[in-house]
Design a protein around this ligand. Structure first.
Ligand code: DOR
Ligand code: ZN
Length: 429
């Protein structure tokens, strides 16, 4: 089986490559990347003129909700959303029911995803049993079952002693500890970012320091233990400064940012639309601008959607009662291309890097590049394709998306896993 992707703009940050040329795929692997390849009559040819050809995008922070919350999303619907969204690999968070704190649940997720056979799915296991923040999990069993990191995402590990032990223990398995940084006492009852607009709108605020104090704590603990820390969904300027300084002093820390924290502000909550309710909350403009600068200068390693699908009932209700989360897998790529790349705020190479080598390095995956010999996971983007967001058309069960009705430009054109086209122009193949 040969496929020749012809004449696209090939961007492969791992190899410092940005050129117009061809990619030849043979038997599921990258065979060659060159300005002009002649493949012979047995090769299928895909015309990629005007398109951007990249290593397969990796979304390292999604909620697939299974087991337990199948009314929000299933592994089957979640991987379809990922494929159509331009992602070839996802890692999924453990706040399911039961939570992914043991071998059986992790194996279930791996097996269910394998049966779908669409995108690569790697579970992230819990830091603590039951996500209760008290007792650390049997990480060896989680690793054996396929977990690529640990996190109590959705909840912080409030006890610093527990976090210290988790960091030390995770080091034995070279597992990144993915921290949901939130001081639950400071954030308790909060509905949105604390600031001018929370006062104006009369909603209880979540102060930036609820995140920053935990980022500082976890960096300190990582320095002490020599472990590996990854900050999930970073959302404030000071959090970013802490990561920047930690990196400068050689501490092994990385971080991710979501498309919504880069493109929406707290002001947008004026209409109390619960689709904008997310945790961490949408911050004020100064934070958003700092995050964009952090992505640009490489302080931020990864883009991640924090895809958090919810059923209608927990969003179609009073703001104070609504669930936190955005169903973002199917808009992540065009949101970033429309608001950051097309506006010149962030270079396309930086964006591709944060969706490929960035997360591949954090999770230790042999993915994220077009180097010959590697698996042919490829994301092709049409920077000129313009479309209106209609959540009712999502493959995801979660229709909770704040970009609804907006026109976005720069959609995935094709998603290839193991050299096979799995999604094409917004549809599953
Ligand atoms: O908005 C969020 N939703 N933030 C989280 O940390 C958890 C997530 C969820 O699971 O719904
Ligand atoms: Zn989280």
């Amino acid at each position: 089986m040969k496929l020749l992707i012809k004449g696209g703009r090939i961007i492969d940050p791992a190899n410092n490559l940005d050129m117009t040329g061809d990619v030849l795929i043979e038997d599921g692997l990258i065979k060659a990347v060159a300005p002009a390849i002649t493949a012979g009559d047995d090769a299928e040819v895909m015309d990629a003129a005007g398109l951007i050809v990249c290593p397969g995008f990796i979304d390292m922070h999604v909620h697939l909700r299974e087991p337990g919350f199948e009314y929000k999303e299933t592994i089957a619907t979640g991987v379809r959303a990922a494929a159509v969204g331009g992602f070839t690999t996802v890692s999924c968070m453990p706040n399911t029911d039961p939570v992914c704190d043991n071998r059986a649940v992790a194996s279930f997720v791996v097996e269910a995803a394998r049966r779908e056979g669409l995108v690569n799915v790697h579970p992230i296991g819990c830091i603590t049993k039951g996500q209760q923040g008290q007792e650390i999990t049997e990480m060896a069993a989680l690793v054996e079952a396929g977990c690529v990191g640990i996190s109590d995402d959705g909840k912080p590990v409030m006890n610093a002693e527990v976090m210290r032990r988790a960091l030390e223990y995770a080091l034995m398995f070279k597992l990144p500890v993915v921290s949901h940084c939130e001081d639950a006492n400071l954030s308790e009852g909060g509905q949105m970012h604390e600031g001018y607009y929370s006062t104006l709108y009369g909603l209880k605020g979540i102060p930036a320091v609820a995140e920053e104090s935990m980022v500082a704590r976890d960096i300190m603990l990582t320095r002490m233990t020599g472990s590996r820390l990854h900050i999930a969904h970073i959302s404030t300027r000071e959090s970013l400064e802490l990561v920047r300084k930690a990196k400068e002093s050689g501490i092994n820390v990385s971080c991710e940012v979501t498309p919504h924290h880069l493109t929406l502000t707290d002001k947008e909550l004026a209409e109390y639309d619960t689709d904008y309710k997310v945790n961490p909350p949408l911050r004020s403009l100064e934070h958003v601008e700092a995050l964009i600068a952090g992505l640009r200068d490489g302080t931020i390693d990864c883009l991640a959607s924090d895809h958090a699908p919810h059923e209608k009932e927990v969003k179609d209700c009073e703001f104070n009662l609504a669930a936190f989360g955005i169903s973002g897998l199917e808009t992540a790529v065009p949101v970033v291309f429309t608001h950051l790349v097309a506006t010149g705020k962030v270079d396309v190479n930086t964006v591709v890097k944060a969706w490929t080598v960035g997360p591949a390095r954090v999770l230790g995956l042999d993915r994220g590049t077009l180097t010959p010999g590697k698996v042919a996971d490829i994301t092709i983007i049409d920077p000129n394709e313009s479309r209106r967001v209609d959540p009712q058309q999502f493959y995801s069960k979660g229709k909770n998306n704040p970009y609804k009705g907006m026109n976005l430009k720069g959609w995935p054109y094709a998603t290839l896993v193991n050299g096979r086209v799995i999604a094409w122009k917004g549809q599953l193949v």
